[in-house]
Structures are given as structure tokens and as C-alpha cells.
Design a protein around this ligand. Structure first.
Ligand code: C2E
Ligand code: MG
Ligand code: MG
Ligand code: MG
Length: 279
């Protein structure tokens, strides 16, 4: 009996492996097809100052899938990373963002756009040359472009990370540490890093004002950022209470559903336009 059960389990196991393998295969095929069919589309989420005025945007990619609708990055970015296709995605977003900055430049020279760069891509040799070629093709003030990298990436490979950061800084492009507080940055490294911005992870914002400890952590991060001359952005702001708290603690910028969800790039530009008209 045990033997036959084992046999059945083995069959089930094999069948699951086969399904998984074919699902991975079809996702890979779909991801490739989507590049050809131009199904990836740039969404922007506003970053606002403590008065709620738009200072810039973060580029967040979406997949406009013909059958499944708009898909968020967590449904395809992990697959792209393991398939070695994230470089193509990030480069697409980088290029599209530089193009938007070029468009914006005519009307609003002060607006910034931040682009997420995957950790595997950031330390890749070709990355800096692609960045340079983008800045050549879209001549913009490079300080309007910010690259968001995660804390974990930096800590995992500090020497390469630091080298790349220095090369990026030489180009005049800004750098933000994303999801700050969730990794394990050492404070002595943080002081040495030539980065411009710290983004406080949503994890520390979401339970404000209920969580006393999250309020303490957030205010300490803001204070630390100020002491080290970084700009500080709170991500995932959803309520007016959270904004009041951040303002009282002199946070520089906020980003979150309270102001706007990520929206298609053309809509984001309209939002900026109407805001500036009424300012
Ligand atoms: P992230 O860079 O930390 O981006 C912030 C995420 O929080 C976004 O999720 C955004 O939609 C979401 N968010 C913003 N405000 C709120 C809020 O008030 N409440 C809640 N619940 N969520 C909020 P999204 O767009 O799903 O992106 C998830 C992650 O995928 C990003 O985290 C980033 O790490 C990655 N990602 C997005 N676009 C790209 C890209 O072009 N390249 C790479 N390498 N990664 C990307
Ligand atoms: Mg980000
Ligand atoms: Mg983030
Ligand atoms: Mg985050």
C-alpha cells in the first residue's frame, strides 16, 4: 500500500514539476512577446512636498496584458530577474523616463523623475554606458534624473556598488536609497555614500499614528537623513494623519495613495499641468 501511495505521490510530483516548467516557459515566451508588442507601459506616481505640491515622479512599470489587463511589477519582475531580462526592462523605463524629462523641460525645469534599477543590473558593466547613451540622446539636466537602488544591493557588494555610484555621480545623476530601513545598512557606510536621498519604506509609515514605535523609527530616520544632508522621502503615505506627522518631523517629500496612485505617464503630466495652473 505504502508503495503504491509513494508511486502516486511521485506521479503527482512529476506532474507539478511539468506544469511549473511549462508555466515558466510560457511566461518567458509572453515576457518576450510583450517587449515586441510594446505591452509594457510607463506609469508615474507623484512625489509631493509637505504642502502637497508635485516635485517629481517615480517611474513604475506596468504590463498592459491583452488578456489579463494591467499587471503590477511583482507579477513579472521576479521572473525577468531570474531570466536575465530585467536589464531590458530597466533600460526601457530609463529611456522612457528621460524622454518624459525632455518633454517636461520645456515647461517645468524643476521636476524630477526617479527610476528603479534592479540590483543585478546596477552592478553590470553595460549599465553606465546605457545611462550615458540615454543622456546623450535626451540632453537634459542630469540632476533631474534620480536612480533608486535598494539598501540590500549596496550592502551585498559594497565595493562594486560604491564604484558604480561614484561613476553615476560624476554624470550628475542623483541616487536614492529605496526601501530604507528594511535592509541592514551600517551607519558608517551610510555616511560615506555619495547618495542624495533616503526613501523610508512603507512598512514604517503604514501604521502611523497607531504605532508608537513606527513613529519613533520614522522620526529617527528623518533626523538621521537631515544630519547627513540627504533628502528624505516617505513612501506609502495613505492618510492625512501620516502627512501631519511627517510635516511635524520635517520630512522633505511624500509619496502615496493619499496624493495619487501610479497613473499612466500622460495622465501624470496632465495632473502636473492642472496643479501648476492653479498654484
Ligand atoms: P518601490 O520602488 O518601493 O515602489 C513603491 C511601490 O509602492 C509601488 O508598487 C507603488 O505603487 C506602491 N505604493 C505607492 N504608494 C503606496 C501607498 O500609499 N500604499 C500602498 N499600499 N502602496 C503604495 P509597484 O508599482 O507595484 O512596484 C513594486 C516594486 O516593483 C517597486 O517598489 C520596485 O522595487 C519594483 N519596480 C517597479 N518598477 C520597476 C522598474 O521599472 N524596474 C525595476 N527594476 N523595478 C521596478
Ligand atoms: Mg522605488
Ligand atoms: Mg520604495
Ligand atoms: Mg517599497
Amino acid at each position: 500500500r505504502a508503495k503504491s501511495l509513494g508511486g502516486n505521490n511521485y506521479q503527482i510530483f512529476q506532474r507539478n514539476m511539468a506544469t511549473e516548467a511549462s508555466e515558466t516557459l510560457s511566461l518567458e515566451g509572453e515576457i518576450r512577446r510583450a517587449f515586441e508588442e510594446q505591452e509594457y507601459t510607463l506609469y508615474l506616481q507623484p512625489k509631493v512636498d509637505m504642502e502637497g505640491h508635485i516635485q517629481g515622479f517615480e517611474s513604475l512599470i506596468r504590463w498592459d496584458h491583452p488578456e489579463r489587463g494591467i499587471l503590477p511589477p511583482n507579477e513579472f519582475i521576479p521572473a525577468m530577474e531570474s531570466l536575465g531580462m530585467i536589464e531590458a526592462m530597466d533600460n526601457f523605463v530609463l529611456e522612457a523616463s528621460c524622454r518624459q524629462l525632455k518633454v517636461l523641460e520645456k515647461l517645468y525645469q524643476d521636476v524630477t523623475i526617479a527610476v528603479n534599477i534592479s540590483s543585478t543590473h546596477f552592478t553590470d558593466r553595460n549599465f553606465i554606458s546605457y545611462l550615458k547613451s540615454c543622456l546623450d540622446r535626451y540632453p537634459i539636466d542630469p540632476s533631474r534624473l534620480e536612480l533608486e537602488i535598494t539598501e540590500t544591493l549596496l550592502m551585498e557588494n559594497m565595493s562594486i556598488g560604491l564604484e558604480v555610484i561614484e561613476q553615476i555621480k560624476e554624470l550628475g545623476v542623483r541616487i536614492a536609497i529605496d526601501d530604507f530601513g528594511t535592509g541592514y545598512s551600517s551607519l558608517s557606510y551610510l555616511k560615506k555614500l555619495p547618495v542624495d536621498t533616503l526613501k523610508i519604506d512603507r512598512e514604517f509609515i503604514k501604521d502611523i499614528p497607531d504605532s508608537e514605535s513606527d513613529m519613533q523609527i520614522s522620526s529617527v530616520i528623518i533626523f538621521l537623513a537631515k544630519q547627513l544632508n540627504f533628502k528624505v522621502v516617505a513612501e506609502g503615505v495613505e492618510t492625512s494623519e501620516q502627512l501631519v506627522f511627517l510635516k511635524a518631523n520635517q520630512c522633505d517629500l511624500a509619496q502615496g495613495f493619499y496624493f495619487s496612485k501610479p497613473i499612466p505617464a500622460h495622465q501624470a503630466l496632465l495632473l502636473l499641468e492642472s496643479e501648476r495652473l492653479h498654484q
